[in-house]
Design a protein around this ligand. Structure first.
Ligand SMILES: Nc1ncnc2c1ncn2[C@@H]1O[C@H](COP(=O)(O)OP(=O)(O)OP(=O)(O)O)[C@@H](O)[C@H]1O
Length: 270
């Protein structure tokens, strides 16, 4: 019997590949580029945080990955296909998106909000859509009695959970989060981070997240990409990126909040 060849180390699969991207708004003399020759690769299993100053194009980059915007130049490949193709074929099945102001549909109850994309697809009877939505409702830590509540009667943390359940309704392998903890108090924010961590591990998700919040960044990120000067300036672990010499990074990571977020957790706590 011959010995089995030792397995070759595998390069992780690229879930998102952005090459030399230009994102341009306006026409003629009023045209301006938000991204110029921006490169970014998101690997399977990544929990990648995108940070950068206000207006550096973080949300625009998420919209490019989702295929909602057209590259001026360059290419965006999401799950092996041009991102633009996602929009034409039930994007929710492949990429879940939690928008920053991810308002729920106010006229629909919680369960109807969660099942929305599946219902729109029209391939399953209503009872099965509700059943699938109920599974997701439990998955995000809500209780069956929350199913019939209206969005106006939910706390901020519950709204985020419903929006997350809605983003996961079709079991997408890739999840995009725009400021997932914005507007939450510190306890709700910590709880939401813990939920995201659990779901990522349980479902094997790849996650790309925009955040300004250092606690969220350190709680969740395996890698960080910094947007500055219209491109991705540096990527690496949070600790690696924090050492990169650049004014934005110094202010962002070395301020008081940054130092606190990077400090080792106190021992002997619970
Ligand atoms: N549809 C659009 N038309 C014109 N300009 C746009 C459009 N969308 C975004 N922009 C511009 O692109 C730039 C980047 O916007 P974006 O929302 O991506 O910034 P951001 O990095 O997410 O900022 P913030 O941290 O403040 O949310 C801004 O100058 C914005 O005004």
């Amino acid at each position: 019997m011959t010995a089995a060849a030792s397995p070759r180390p595998q390069t992780p699969r690229a879930m998102v590949q952005v090459d030399k991207l230009w994102s341009v708004f306006g026409e003629g003399d009023n045209a301006f580029a938000v991204h110029q020759d921006l490169d970014l690769t998101v690997y399977q299993g990544d929990m990648l945080s995108i940070v950068g100053g206000s207006g550096t194009g973080k949300t625009v980059l998420l919209r490019q990955i989702l295929g909602l915007l057209q590259p001026g130049r360059g290419t965006v490949t999401t799950l092996g296909r041009p991102a633009a193709e996602l929009c034409t074929e039930g994007a929710a099945a492949r990429v879940g998106m939690l928008f920053q102001h991810g308002a729920l549909y106010s006229a629909f109850n919680v369960l109807e909000n969660i099942g929305f994309a599946l219902r729109e697809l029209g391939t399953l009877p209503a009872a099965m859509v509700d059943e699938a939505a109920m599974v997701k409702l439990r998955m995000v830590g809500l209780k069956p009695e929350h199913a019939t509540r209206m969005p106006a009667d939910l706390s901020g943390g519950m709204v985020k959970r419903v929006a997350l359940a809605r983003a996961l309704i079709m079991d997408p392998p890739l999840l995009l989060l725009d400021e997932p903890t914005a507007g939450l108090d510190p306890t709700s924010s910590d709880e939401f981070c813990a939920l995201l961590r659990e779901l990522r591990a349980e479902l094997g998700l790849t996650v790309v997240m925009v955040t300004h919040d250092l606690d969220t960044l350190f709680a969740l990120s395996s890698r960080v990409a910094v947007l500055a000067e219209k491109r991705v300036l540096v990527t690496g672990t949070p600790q690696e990126v924090a050492q990169f010499p650049h004014p934005f990074i110094t202010t962002f990571f070395q301020g008081e909040r940054g130092r606190r977020a990077m400090a080792p957790a106190p021992q002997g706590g619970h």
